[in-house]
Ligand binder design. Sequence first.
Ligand code: 13P
Length: 255
Amino acid sequence: MRIPFIAGNWKMFKTIHEAVVFTKELRSTLKDVADVEIVIAPPFTAIHAVAEASRNTNIGVAAQDMHWEREGAFTGEVSPAMIQEAGAAYAIIGHSERRRLFGETDATVNRKMMAAFLAGLTPIVCVGETLEERERGETLAVLDRQVKDGFDRLAAEQVAELVVAYEPVWAIGTGRNASSAQAGEAHAHIRNRLRQWFGADAADRCHVIYGGSVKPDNIRELILEPDVDGALVGGASLDVASFAEIVTRSRTAAV
Ligand code: 13P
């Protein structure tokens, strides 16, 4: 009942021109794929151009971050309404790079989630433990804290719509993906907590996707885990052929 959700997080890569060239090529490569939700997250500067190039296609657009206020004296920030009007339907919130390098906390994640829903954006909210936390045996406790505090005051109906990305920090950009067993355990844990805190319907409908060194050659084993509903892809989403292959291999019927 949950169709695979594959998103490409470009991080700080691609100018407007490069982004449009990519989108046009992706659009024609994947034009017949109807059974995967496909999203790309360009830098703010390219959102509008990518949204135009993917208009009326099966490709959606996400921002990589946003502020929680509607407007104000917040130099350098971009509001939910601004990215929505630029053509994004999704916003990545709480990526570990923003938590680690730019002071994002579970409290700011929570404010951003509420603001995203108010603006009609679907949050793609990132959670995941560091290597030290995993080695200390704290993985599930960290996920509990991030979900409990980050999702505070959300309605069950909102949780049903959102996308949770489990991204173990040690697997991001390292070439070392979580094994399917490690991902399976974390995803099942997250879904159990969603069931406990927001009810069975929300837990069953919410997409829980995996991120961290996803490539064409490991997507299949990851997506076969019952609670892995897709992927948030960094490096391998920058190349049309590899991103398209990840999308194609995530299809339920793929072999
Ligand atoms: P990589 O796929 O490059 O490991 O990045 C994962 C990620 O951070 C996606 O948001």
